[in-house]
Design a protein around this ligand. Structure first.
Ligand code: PEP
Length: 258
């Protein structure tokens, strides 16, 4: 059985390194008996070099973002090669908050994706529609109503060779489910996964689409994680809010990956 991928996105939290290290140590201790998960913690950039030294094989460091050049005169930016150098393994690219607050387009995400792959890091590529309008009155996902996920995928994967596709983890993150307390249902997630696999299959062939990991993110917690994972056939979770509460996050991992 493939290990589940559990990604904690701390976003711009906590506000002191002391708190970050406490949370880190709590999670690290709590996950010692977790066997079936690869856990990726994505703290803010400033904590990464200190925390990256403490990670182990099953528990690794990820970044929440990066720039698309590896070095140069780009004030305030952090490059994939820098992340690689301090021991990061994964980078989240295309998170909806980057689109919303920092005006990232799919074309920019595409450049970031290429830079992450070039630096031999694993990208966690976020896709997702804005509203729940893409579901019909019976709650079935009507893909035709919202071509956004397809458009995002096609633009973001533009120019990525087939040989590199297996390294990408797709995070299905419907914007309407992020931080709202209203997660997508197992059915929603499964429909989305099948849809994403179809788009990948059309672009790269069926075999590639079947091996690609598709994880889910949006208002997951210890109460819904097991159901969401099982019914949605998700290969893992991208967790925001719940990953900031050490006890809750450890409970969540235990529900899905003991
Ligand atoms: C996210 O921002 O990627 C996310 C999944 O957040 P939350 O779990 O808080 O909905």
């Amino acid at each position: 059985m493939n290990k589940k991928l559990i990604v904690a996105n701390w976003k711009m939290n906590p506000v002191t390194y002391k708190e970050a290290e406490e949370l880190f140590r709590f999670v690290e201790k709590g996950m010692r008996d977790i066997k079936n998960a690869e856990v990726v913690l994505c703290p803010p950039f400033v904590y990464l070099p200190m925390l990256a030294r403490l990670f182990s094989k099953q528990f690794c460091a990820g970044a929440q973002n990066c720039f698309y050049e590896q070095g140069g005169a780009y004030t305030g930016e952090v490059s994939p090669l820098m992340l690689k150098d301090i021991g990061c393994k994964y980078v989240i690219v295309g998170h909806s908050e980057r689109r919303q607050y920092f005006f990232e387009t799919s074309e920019i995400v595409n450049k970031k994706l290429k830079a992450v792959i070039e630096a031999e890091l694993k990208p966690i590529l976020c896709v997702g529609e804005d509203t729940r309008d893409s579901f019909d009155s019976k709650g079935h996902w009507t893909h035709e109503l919202d071509p956004k996920v397809k458009e995002q995928l096609v633009l973001m994967l533009n120019g990525i060779p087939k040989s590199k596709i297996g390294e990408i983890v797709i995070a299905y993150e419907p914007v309407w489910a992020i931080g709202t307390g209203k997660p997508a249902t197992g059915d929603d997630i499964l429909s989305a996964k099948i849809f994403i696999q179809k788009v990948i299959s059309d672009l790269y062939g069926r075999k590639v689409s079947q091996t690609m990991r598709v994880i889910y993110g949006g208002s997951t917690d210890s109460k819904n994680a097991a159901v969401v994972m099982k019914e949605g056939q998700a290969d893992g979770l991208l967790v925001g809010g719940a990953s900031l509460d050490g006890e809750e996050f450890v409970r969540m991992m235990k529900c899905i990956a003991l």
